[in-house]
Design a protein around this ligand. Structure first.
Ligand code: NAD
Length: 364
């Protein structure tokens, strides 16, 4: 019997390389906005100026910090209120989108998001804030951008290593949505197509970083991934990565790219149907082989130790992450097996041992 509950979030999506400025001007007019705030980090500002070339901007705001510290959010919110802003346009990666969401959450000001990485925050109603080294996330429909403008030409400047890490962050949305707390057949269909598009797009970016084709596939895949993730909710993978980012300040995309094969290996033996679906999307005998084959082609991030994590942090990471991991995770998570997972991810050990341990445990 097929029974499920699925919520599709309402959002307009405009996709076209080289069309961001044109799309933005049309959307600002359609929404009838007159006091526009553009949020973009200092580095993203030149891109934002091009995107906003055909609109009037009342306020430029460039104080953007990864994982949105609360004091940074407070300053942006105060600036928006004082300037009488009625529309936020964010141009940049997930950190920039995250700041726009923090402002929207308390003010209700609508957002048009113009993403320039494959993080996918623009397609979710999930916000994140960091205070005293603890990252909190939550769900609020007010933070969902009313419109997303995807222009792959804006991602051409994203260096290949960052494109790979960010694209694998998108891949993590697909994988985690197959066992997230609200996983359903619609999410699975979107996630499978997201895996296929990202697995095609990312190697094309590596082969031809200045070509648009791979960038478009990756952006399309990243959007599908984020829609699936928003519907399915945060699974084990995201809960672990939120702790590594919020408590240990590890870089978001690289952390996701590194941890993903370990969580996949950990859960795969317990989810035969989603596993087969992922394998098919990768065009590989198993999902893990598909992911690892792709990661090898991309020279993807390998070990958390390369990003500043140390063995000293494992016990604290386990203590903070364990209670946050959904009880519905397909494989029961314990202090011991989560410690083993993080130890393996720390050094870049072969993740297949995590699947083998699960299978040994099941037959014992
Ligand atoms: P980021 O936004 O921090 O960007 C990483 C770096 O790349 C920055 O220095 C940025 O200036 C630069 N950059 C961005 N676009 C570029 C481009 N086109 N060319 C060159 N450089 C560019 O990193 P991210 O991985 O995009 O986002 C990470 C943040 O997003 C985290 O805080 C994460 O929690 C959040 N996030 C939230 C959700 C959600 O649903 N709420 C989903 C995914 C990510």
């Amino acid at each position: 019997m097929l029974t499920f509950e699925h919520v599709t979030l309402g959002q307009r999506v405009l996709f076209g390389s080289g069309k961001a400025a044109e799309y933005l001007a049309a959307e600002v007019a359609r929404l009838g906005a007159s006091r526009v705030m553009v949020i973009a980090s200092e580095f993203e500002l030149p891109m934002a100026r091009k995107v906003a070339a055909d609109i009037e901007v009342a306020l430029w705001h460039h104080e953007v910090i990864m994982h949105v510290p609360v004091e940074v959010a407070d300053r942006a919110r105060t600036a928006a209120i004082e300037a009488g802003i009625d529309l936020i346009v964010c141009v940049g990666g997930g950190s920039t989108t995250g700041l726009a969401k923090a402002v929207a959450m308390t003010t209700g000001i609508p957002i048009i998001a113009v993403p320039t990485t494959y993080a996918g925050s623009e397609a979710t109603n999930v916000w994140g804030l960091t205070e005293a080294a603890r990252k909190t996330t939550g769900v609020d429909d007010r933070v969902l951008p009313v419109t997303v403008i995807y222009d792959a030409s804006l991602t051409l400047s994203l260096p290949v290593d960052m494109s790979v890490a960010s694209g694998l962050n998108g891949m993590a949305h697909c994988v985690d949505s197959l066992w997230g707390p609200r996983a359903d057949p619609i999410n699975s269909a979107l996630a499978a197509e997201g895996i296929r598009a990202l697995a095609a797009g990312l190697p094309a970016i590596v082969a031809d970083p200045s070509g648009l084709e791979g960038r478009e596939q990756a952006l399309y895949g990243a959007y599908l991934a984020a829609v699936a993730f928003a519907s399915a909710g945060s699974g084990m993978h995201h809960k672990i990565c939120h702790v590594l980012g919020g408590t240990f300040n590890l870089p978001h995309a690289q952390t996701h790219a590194t941890v993903l094969p370990y969580v996949l290996a950990f859960n795969a033996p317990f989810v035969p149907e989603p596993e087969a679906r992922m394998a098919a999307a990768f065009g590989a005998p198993t999902a893990l082989e598909g992911l690892q084959g792709l990661r090898a082609r991309l020279d993807a991030p390998k070990a958390l130790a390369d990003y500043g994590f140390t063995a000293d942090g494992i016990a604290e990471a386990v203590q903070v992450a364990l209670p946050a991991i959904p009880a519905s995770n397909p494989r029961p998570v314990t202090e011991a097996n989560l410690t083993a997972l993080l130890q393996a991810a720390l050094t870049g050990a072969d993740p297949v041992t995590l699947s083998e341990q699960a299978l040994e445990g099941a037959t014992r």
